[in-house]
Design a binder for this molecule. Structure first.
Ligand code: DAH
Length: 346
């Protein structure tokens, strides 16, 4: 019996030494140390021994069991450490590898100009409003004092969707919408940057889709001098503290009187250059006193309040500012063009 036990120990430990992963180790435990394992089987034979032999055999059996359990524990420890090391190797980060670069993007030049316009006008007490690009004929034309069949409608080549639904040709319909939904005669000071659409053939200075920024101020006793003072403050914030402006008479159905605003050429300072076609001045927007019909049609009383409005082409402002010569550069998304604006702060 002792020999059987010794033999069992030899075989068990020899086999244990050959094992590696956790799976076979568990199999080994069941084979040798399990309830139905070899050791248990030998021990069950103890009952058949004469009583005086039992203590000696029992001692051997205990030593064998201790040896197997110690061997098992040591092997488990080894296997666990090997697994830890393998996981650490797999999760290791090589801190000496060069990092991946995330080049900083650049704000689109049009977005940059819009943000600048918003900053300036918000600083003057305006709020930013908007309206739909798919617009009703009513707001795009009728509510802005374009009579039906009026030739002024032809000034703006319109994409019609249905008889009275169109792509807005300017941001001015937001004037009518804002007046209409405001309490009658309540004061207003808004700007409206947004996309507009015209049936134009695209070239260096024309685009079928472009950006405008509208402005509208309404209140008691608002005068033409308020218009000029506000636009002078805008021009100086945009182009520099000594910028000069001038108003030239013009025509728009929704303003009376109407004007265009020129600034001193921002490239030559007024001396005359190709940009200003030697005139020393550059036109940047249309403006005027809100036509009484526009106030009346949209729920305001022109006997109580008056207002001024203006509208500018954002691409035009951006082209002058950044000396961009082709309006299409803003839309074709050539990264060589756009990257030039990375880090530019106007
Ligand atoms: N809506 C005009 C256009 O697209 C621009 C304009 C002119 C807007 C005068 C105004 C304004 O608000 O007062 O040509």
């Amino acid at each position: 019996m002792e020999e059987r036990l010794q033999d069992l120990q030899r075989r068990a430990l020899a086999e244990l030494a050959r094992l590696d992963g956790a799976g076979p180790l568990e199999d080994w435990r069941i084979t040798f140390l399990g309830k139905k394992g070899e050791l248990a089987e030998v021990l069950r034979g103890m009952g058949a021994l004469p009583a005086d032999r039992r203590p000696a055999v029992g001692m051997v059996a205990n030593r064998v069991r201790d040896a197997l359990e110690a061997g098992y524990a040591a092997q488990r420890e080894l296997a666990a450490r090997a697994a830890d090391e393998a996981r650490e190797r797999a999760e290791a980060v090589d801190v000496t590898l060069p990092g991946r670069r995330n080049p900083p993007g650049a704000e689109h030049p049009l977005q940059r100009v819009i943000r600048r316009l918003e900053d300036i006008f918000v600083g003057l007490g305006f709020t930013v409003a908007d309206g739909p690009e798919v617009e009703l004929d009513h707001y795009n034309f009728t509510a802005l004092n374009f009579p039906p069949e009026h030739p002024a409608r032809d000034m703006q080549d319109t994409f019609f969707l249905t008889g009275d639904l169109l792509l807005r040709t300017h941001t001015s319909p937001v004037q009518a919408r804002t007046l209409e939904r405001s309490a009658p005669n309540s004061p207003l000071r808004i700007i409206v940057p947004g996309r507009v659409y015209r049936r134009d053939d695209d070239d260096a200075t024309h685009s079928h889709a472009f950006t405008q920024c509208e402005g509208l101020v309404v209140g008691r006793g608002v005068r033409m001098s308020d218009l000029k003072g506000t636009l002078l403050a805008f021009a100086r914030a945009m182009y520099g503290g000594d910028q000069q402006v001038r108003l030239r008479p013009s025509f728009f159905p929704f303003t009376e009187p109407s004007a265009e605003l020129d600034v001193r050429c921002i490239h030559c300072g007024g001396a005359g250059c190709a940009t200003c076609k030697q005139t020393g001045w550059i036109e940047i927007l249309g403006c005027g006193m809100v036509h009484p019909n526009v106030l009346r049609m949209n729920g305001y009383d022109p006997a109580q309040v008056s207002g001024f409005a203006f509208g500018m082409g954002v691409e035009r402002i951006a082209m002058l500012l950044y000396r961009v010569e082709d309006i299409r550069d803003f839309y074709v998304n050539d990264l060589r063009f756009l990257r030039q604006f990375a880090g530019v702060v106007l």
